[in-house]
Design a protein around this ligand. Structure first.
Ligand code: GTR
Length: 419
């Protein structure tokens, strides 16, 4: 009996993995039909901004709400801000480093998150701002011992994890270069909004648990997951910026890497206060076309990271062909604002070609507004960025955020913001 069980479980495991073959062979990419984002569900063709904004765009939003990231809740969760510290001599005196605690409360339960800012000291008037989550805590972005550990960090990291080390991910944050170009940055550890690990305890410590439907949500096929929560959190950062005199509210960009690139695109789709939306190596369920099924795919991502999405998304496991939408439509939702997608050559897991393709295929939405999309289906070479109203680059190297990426983001923002 015991042996039979073992055999059965081995067979089951094999079949699960068999379905999850990861394809890295371009010749094995299936022929697929690209969903036409310019045709409404009733067959009407979109030829003007009004039909796009009032009919087609809401239909596309509905796909992402009901079938991928889940439905964002709009009840207002009261938040208060508490100043933690203000160091006017950060980065050799070039910047002010501030920490502010956000306290979210629904009257019964409270959750805390800490935002860290670098604001240029030399400034004439208001400054443009990058909103960008960090993965390993604010303390990982600089060496400064005054930076507090993120409230939820201990939930997801063991006490002996190297991630507690200060500055352990500072290579992803070229603050000095950013400050020198006149931009501010506001960052927050994404675990504070939704601790990124499997299990009920994580959801209970996420902002999702503050909403009225929390206890019933398990039964909803469109219940929002972590990506939806992170996107919601980015908007709360913008709410805070709205209280700040130094922030130029017409020049807010959001930048996210990888899973945060997925969340940045979703935040940008929902919140028009983000004027430039930047996806760094966001891959599957971010900028990459799902229907190419190259690198990470829906079956694998929904199995390993089930808490990121709404339950309905796993219907497309090994079934991308059945999706009535694809990720180029997510990118199109940024129009008439700006969007930039970046890939890394060795990051095949994220399907760089699929990221490029989706960005290019989003063009018709921008063209409706007289804006210029990428304008080509020819994948540019390494380190040959395209910067129209929509931008794209592929750089050499692996899945990461490098100075090269940030420099291009600032070039692009300079163009978009007329700097
Ligand atoms: C991987 C995941 C990707 C990407 C990445 C990251 O494990 O499969 O979708 O999000 O993590 O966030 O670095």
């Amino acid at each position: 009996m015991k042996r039979a069980l073992i055999v059965a479980s081995i067979l089951l495991t094999c079949s699960v993995y068999a379905q999850e073959t990861i394809n890295y062979d371009e010749s094995m990419v299936p022929t697929f039909i690209i969903p036409d984002m310019m045709v409404c569900n009733d067959g009407t063709r979109v030829t003007d901004v009004m039909t796009w904004e009032q009919k087609r765009r809401p239909e596309i939003m509905e796909y992402f709400f009901s079938q991928e990231y889940g439905r964002t809740r709009y009840e207002k969760i009261p938040v208060s801000y508490e100043d933690i510290s203000r160091d006017r001599k950060a980065l050799g005196g070039k910047a002010t480093c501030r920490q502010v605690r956000f306290v979210f409360s629904n009257g019964e339960k409270k959750l805390e998150a800490i935002a860290m800012m670098m604001i240029p000291n030399k400034r004439k008037g208001k400054v443009p701002v990058f909103v960008a989550y960090n993965f390993k805590g604010n303390h990982s972005t600089v060496d400064d011992p005054a930076i507090e550990y993120s409230p939820n960090f201990g939930l997801v990291k063991k006490p002996d994890s190297p991630d507690w080390e200060r500055g352990c991910q500072k290579s992803r944050w070229c603050f000095e270069k950013i400050i020198d170009r006149g931009y501010a940055v506001i960052t927050m550890c994404y675990h504070d909004i939704y601790p990124d690990a499997h299990g009920q305890e994580m959801t209970d410590h996420s902002i999702v648990s503050l909403f009225p439907d929390y206890l019933e949500r398990g039964t909803f096929s469109d219940a929002w997951g972590a990506i939806g929560a992170w996107a919601w959190g980015s908007s709360r950062i913008v709410d805070f910026l709205e209280t700040q005199k130094w922030a130029d509210l017409d020049k807010i960009a959001i930048m996210g890497h990888s899973r945060q690139g997925k969340a940045a695109l979703w935040a940008g789709a929902q919140d028009e206060r983000f004027k430039v939306v930047i996806s760094n190596d966001s891959g599957c369920s971010g900028a990459a076309m799902a229907k190419r099924v190259f690198g990470e795919n829906v079956a694998r991502i929904t199995r390993v990271f089930d808490w990121w999405f709404c339950p309905a998304y796993s219907f497309y496991s090994d079934n991308e062909a059945a999706m009535p939408f694809d990720q180029h439509e997510l990118i199109a939702l940024m129009a008439p604002r700006h969007v930039y997608v970046a890939s890394a050559q060795e990051d095949r897991w994220a399907d760089p070609k699929g990221e490029f393709l989706a960005t290019s295929l989003a063009s018709p939405a921008f063209e409706l507004y007289g804006m210029e999309g990428l304008g080509t289906l020819e994948w540019p070479g390494i380190h040959q960025p395209i910067m129209h109203d929509v931008g794209y680059h592929i750089r050499a190297g692996v899945h990461d955020v490098t100075d090269y990426d940030w420099e291009r983001y600032m070039d692009f923002c300079d163009l978009c913001f007329g700097r």
